[in-house]
Design a protein around this ligand. Structure first.
Ligand SMILES: C[S@@+](CC[C@H](N)C(=O)[O-])C[C@H]1O[C@@H](n2cnc3c(N)ncnc32)[C@H](O)[C@@H]1O
Length: 319
């Protein structure tokens, strides 16, 4: 989070966190279902097969999984790459268990350019031993980069797309109008120009996404306290391409609950697993807030506004 956000308060500060935990509805092992009975938020470990079996009791398998695991980098504890890959193999096997015969699997993953792009190559090698088929290697461009004058600025986020069986795929379009004309091709004996052949006035979404804004505190969808939040538009794009209405979308690393909001907005069901009760509560509140107000986040405000006022005891406002 940048210092520009004057209202920001770190809800992961240990002392504040301790107090907020008392207001969290879920503890490890709990499973919550929303009032519409379409979204499940489960507090637990994505590698724990028995816990997942409980969540999926009497539920149909998911048509799509979108996972955004804690990378081996920066924010979370660093562990050896081999350990990280063993961890990944477990939740990949678990995904296989709860995905339908014809389904899609998307995984966001980092690549450390200072260390042989780990853990991306190791992850890809591990996936090649599973029954998932590789389909696309997508890069999303961040607006804010990092780097020095001595290297290319780093702005990319990697997204891997795999399938099991033969799931449907619906082409998606960006908001960027097509400007290139003049690609002639003969179709059924008639020479046509590319705009005539096109299904949309806009550019088709490819495996390089440059049209999605990275989340920051001025955006309505921002959820303060969730530093790893993915843009809603990116998750909606995946959901629209790789699932249909009323199908279930699975997310093993819920955090701010972006997948749940994207599912609700697009009439899908969702199952979200998250190990931290604080993030489970944030996801629950985010869904309830969306259902009540239509807002996907709190912008400069905070999901724990009321509690933080009490805890900190000032007129602050919630970051
Ligand atoms: C990178 S964030 C996901 C961000 C999410 N896509 C979003 O848009 O908000 C990863 C999350 O995984 C959670 N997590 C870490 N290990 C986990 C595990 N073994 N099982 C379930 N959740 C876990 C972390 O607490 C963190 O909230």
């Amino acid at each position: 989070m940048t210092v520009e956000n004057q209202n920001y308060i770190d809800i992961n500060n240990l002392e504040i966190r301790e107090k907020l935990l008392k207001h969290c509805r879920l503890k490890l092992g709990d499973i919550w279902t929303d009032k519409s009975n379409r979204h499940v938020i489960a507090c637990g470990d994505a590698t724990d097969l028995n816990f997942l079996k409980k969540i999926f009791e009497n539920k149909e398998p998911a048509a799509l999984a979108i996972h955004d695991p804690p990378y081996n980098l920066v924010m979370f504890k660093t562990r050896e790459v081999s350990e990280f890959i063993k961890f990944c193999k477990k939740w990949i096997d678990n995904s296989n268990e709860f995905l339908s015969e014809n389904s899609s699997l998307y995984i966001w993953l980092g690549a450390d350019q200072r260390n042989h792009f780990k853990p991306l190559p190791e992850f890809m090698a591990m996936m090649s031993e599973t029954e998932f088929m590789s389909r696309s290697f997508i890069t999303m461009r961040n607006q804010r980069g990092y780097g020095t004058q001595k290297n290319w600025m780093a702005v990319r986020q990697e997204l891997l797309y795999y399938t099991k069986g033969t799931p449907k795929f619906k082409v998606q379009y960006t908001d960027i109008p097509k400007i290139l004309r003049g690609y002639y091709k003969e179709v059924a004996g008639v020479t046509t120009e590319n705009m005539e052949r096109s299904k949309s006035e806009n550019i088709r979404s490819s495996n390089v996404w440059v049209d999605i804004q990275q989340v920051f505190y001025r955006m309505k969808e921002n959820v303060n306290g969730c530093p790893a939040q993915k843009p809603l538009k990116a998750i909606e794009r995946i959901i629209l391409a790789s699932s249909s209405e009323d199908e279930t979308v699975l997310d093993f690393f819920g955090h701010s609950g972006t997948t749940i909001i994207a599912a609700e907005k697009n009439k899908r069901k969702s199952i979200s697993v998250e190990i931290d009760p604080l993030y489970c509560e944030i996801s629950i509140r985010r869904l309830e807030h969306f259902q009540k107000t239509g807002q996907a986040g709190w912008q400069n405000n905070n999901p724990f506004e009321k509690e933080l006022k009490e805890i900190i005891g000032t007129e602050f406002v919630a970051a």
